[in-house]
Design a protein around this ligand. Structure first.
Ligand SMILES: [Zn+2]
Length: 384
């Protein structure tokens, strides 16, 4: 298969290539060369498939996620997860990391995609989130209250098919009573779980909004901080010293605040989202400007934050953080892929043929990613 690109962004920060053909065989890129002869597909712009490093596949953007978990059956949520995997793929998302799901749903979806039974992005999944008793996310959590329990919970998630671990270091927006600024799991609990996961080569992400919880997780050796909205200068220094990734999930509070009127969200969700959004606008840009590694992830599944709308996160990295469109695309492809660890998500020979055919140059207008004409996933074409 030959895909002809007017302009090609390979996922790195290198200068884009113009008028090139991408040759694909058996699901992999074999060569990128000057355009010549016939082509199977022609596109104004070609980019790597997008990588969303923070999703909850069983959530579909309902106004109250925890209420949805409480009032739906496991089977219904499995159906939703399958539908969301397809929607994400058709919108150009070819790799995701699910950082919290109930009943092993995401692990089963991952296996279904790998077996070719259902269409969807390639996935890494965390299973249940590790939280303190009554902590943020407990409806999809394994509650732990000591380092020993933390170790055991990591082993349980791995036994159930998790290939990454998610821990809750602070309160959050969606859980009633959990204060975003407050630290939750202790440094000892975080450290015990991280050491156990790392012993098996498994990476660990921490939900952390409050300053102390962010630093607890960074010092404990976490691989990525999710949200990170109240980070300070000391946290920025720790990020850089340890090479930890920040996944800022800009879409999550943004989508909540865009739907305050008539959105049907609990008042505590709106109030906490307002607070978190202020912190996010104050601090995340500073982290980016000071050289913290930013990986794209949207928290898709949370209120009005749809799996097929990941292009919005790329757009917000451009408008809110001051990244150029190419830098935002880099964060939402190669950097997010590096964090997930499945593949590089760079367009180069021998890499999987995960690429997007766009009608316009995404480097000139990042919103071109909202309108994908064809998605290639491992060389198979999907038309949204
Ligand atoms: Zn999340």
């Amino acid at each position: 298969m030959i895909v002809r690109a007017g302009v090609l962004y390979d996922g790195t920060l290198e200068k884009p290539k113009r008028n090139v053909d991408v040759a694909i065989e058996a699901g992999r890129i074999t060569e990128i060369r000057a355009a010549n002869g016939d082509a199977d597909f022609t596109a104004a712009c070609v980019t790597p498939g997008l990588v969303n490093a923070h999703v909850h596949l069983e959530g579909s953007g309902e106004p109250d996620m925890m209420q949805m978990i409480a009032t739906t059956t496991q089977n219904q949520r499995m159906l939703h997860a399958v539908e969301n995997a397809r929607k994400a793929l058709h919108a150009g998302v070819t790799t995701i990391r699910d950082v919290g799901s109930s009943h092993g749903i995401s692990a089963d979806v991952r296996d279904g995609v790998d077996a070719g039974r259902i269409p969807g992005p390639r996935m890494r999944v965390a299973g249940l989130v590790l939280c303190m008793t009554g902590g943020h996310g407990w409806p999809i959590g394994r509650e732990i209250d000591s380092p020993d329990e933390a170790r055991k919970a990591v082993r349980e998630q791995m036994k159930a098919g998790a290939d990454c671990i998610k821990m809750i270091a602070t309160g959050g927006v969606m859980t009633k009573g959990a204060v975003p600024g407050n630290a939750q799991l202790t440094p000892e609990e975080l450290g015990a779980a991280i050491a156990e996961a790392h012993r098996h080569g498994v990476r660990v992400a921490a939900h952390a909004i409050g300053t102390q919880g962010i630093k607890n997780a960074l010092r404990a050796g976490i691989d990525s901080i999710e949200h990170g909205h109240m980070l300070d200068d000391e946290a920025i220094a720790l990020f850089k010293e340890r090479g930890t990734y920040l996944v800022p999930t800009l879409t999550a509070p943004t989508c909540i605040l865009e739907h305050v009127e008539g959105g049907g969200m609990p008042q505590f969700v709106v109030d906490k989202a307002r607070f978190v959004n202020e912190q996010m606008l104050r601090n995340i840009k500073r982290a980016y400007e000071n050289g913290v590694k930013i990986a794209g992830g949207s928290d898709a599944g949370t209120p009005f934050n749809y799996h097929e709308n990941y292009a919005y996160e790329v757009e917000l990295m451009h408008t809110l953080l001051g990244m150029s469109p190419q830098q935002a695309l880099h964060a939402a492809t190669a950097v997010a892929a590096e964090l997930i660890g499945l593949q590089r998500s760079i367009l180069a020979p021998s890499e999987p043929a995960d690429l997007l055919l766009l009608k316009r140059d995404a480097g000139e207008d990042v919103r071109a990613l909202r309108d994908v004409s064809v998605v290639l996933a491992r060389g198979v074409a999907y038309r949204p």
